[in-house]
Design a protein around this ligand. Sequence first.
Ligand code: SAM
Length: 260
Amino acid sequence: TSFGFQTVPEDAKEGLVKNVFDSVASKYDLMNDATSLGVHRLWKDQFVADLKPGRNGPLRCLDVAGGTGDIALRILDYAREKYADRETTVEIVDINAQMLNEGYRRFKQTMYHNTPQVSFHEGNAQELSEKFADNSYDLYTIAFGIRNCTSVPAVLSEAYRVLKPGGTFACLEFSRVNNPVLSTLYDQYSFSIIPLLGTILAGDRTSYQYLVESIRKFPPQPEFAQMIRDAGFRTGTDVDGGAWTDLWGGVACIHTGVKL
Ligand code: SAM
């Protein structure tokens, strides 16, 4: 790329992604806080609050690439705190056992531990096993995970398959900053500061370089919205902003779609 990183060949991507998350699993939360200055927490809060889980009764949710359980925990807390809902369930799927382990450890300290409200499953977003049946979930979430997948269309088509008709697909992901000034600052930050923090805090520069690079390669908002529609979902229109919501001018973005 123009930033002088080696580009990762697509066929090597899956193994590499696994290594990246093996290497960052235990430092994952610390690094998230350090690299985003804590902002990822606010984005995740908004992501879940916008979905209002529990408002129309308990939901069956699948949180894919759910790793450390950040989204699952917020869904369960939101439903319980706002709607006294203790029946919503979240199944967490991740390709990486160590990330799931971190999630399990975190949930151990919550009231959801050992209840049917949460469960952990090793699996690939691109090819969910038959354990995840067709037409069976009300809500599918994927946060900061889809850009790590080799085939985004495969992930979307699996999401479509497992959702019930009328069910919601929701994705939180880093995206494109449109403002040129903000964009320059952001480039400086992500290509120098993030790998540096990776080195200092986690002793691992390559993994964080990969993460930054993967953000640049992910399709911009309108293109990703079209991919969601191509998978069969209905989204709002790009013109009225209904297909996505930019966070921080596009540093991150929420896309949603409804299965017809
Ligand atoms: N959703 C969590 C969050 O927002 O904090 C974790 C995000 S973390 C940046 C990305 C996660 O995606 C990792 O846990 C990684 O193991 C997982 N992942 C990468 N490729 C995957 C795939 N093909 N299928 C399922 N999970 C995958």
